[in-house]
Ligand binder design. Sequence first.
Ligand SMILES: Cc1cc2nc3c(=O)[nH]c(=O)nc-3n(C[C@H](O)[C@H](O)[C@H](O)COP(=O)(O)O)c2cc1C
Length: 201
Amino acid sequence: MTPTFTLDAAARAALFTEARSNTRFAPREVPVDVIHEVWDMIKWGPTGNNTVPMRLVVAASPEARAAVIANAMEGNRAKLEQAPLLVIAARDDRFHDTFDVTGGGSASTYDRLEADPERRERMAHTGTLLQAGYFIIGLRAAGLSVRPYGGFDKAGMDQALLADTSWHSEVLFGIGWPTDGDHGAGDRKGRLAADAAVCTL
Ligand SMILES: Cc1cc2nc3c(=O)[nH]c(=O)nc-3n(C[C@H](O)[C@H](O)[C@H](O)COP(=O)(O)O)c2cc1C
């Protein structure tokens, strides 16, 4: 049975089947306002106990951008140079400080989390990776292209940009508008078919 998708084929192509992890983009600026709008959409994606632990660091100034690229793995630097906007998804290990907004728990939950930084780090890490996925899809929904990067010195990035905060970098994104020319992502690599990846018990 073919499901009746709520999104039409063009939307599904833009979000998933045709979208690529571009390294090349149109020569056009990405306004920071667009990242705010994307955040205000993707923040509604679910996270465990509604912790919503991802924070976005927009490297808009030349200094911040240079620091991001300096802390990337050497093989990623030339690709990052080509992206009009660089954004870091960071986890906030003090996500429980915003329970008044996110309704994450009672005073006793707060106290338990306060006493257990390792648990908070695990929860923040998991939730942030989940939200990073929502962010990719949200950017694509806004008509942008994005390449995620895990290849960077996280401790160095935190030292350069997030020192003395509870935020810790997790995933880096090179973001821009799609180009009419080569997307720079190379040939599309395969994905498992449903009968190999989905197990029905
Ligand atoms: C968590 C994560 C880390 C990644 N790290 C890197 C990286 O360090 N360097 C890089 O060039 N691409 C990196 N990528 C990009 C992937 O290689 C790319 O998204 C994948 O091959 C799918 O490409 P496609 O969307 O064009 O099909 C990363 C992607 C993800 C999701």
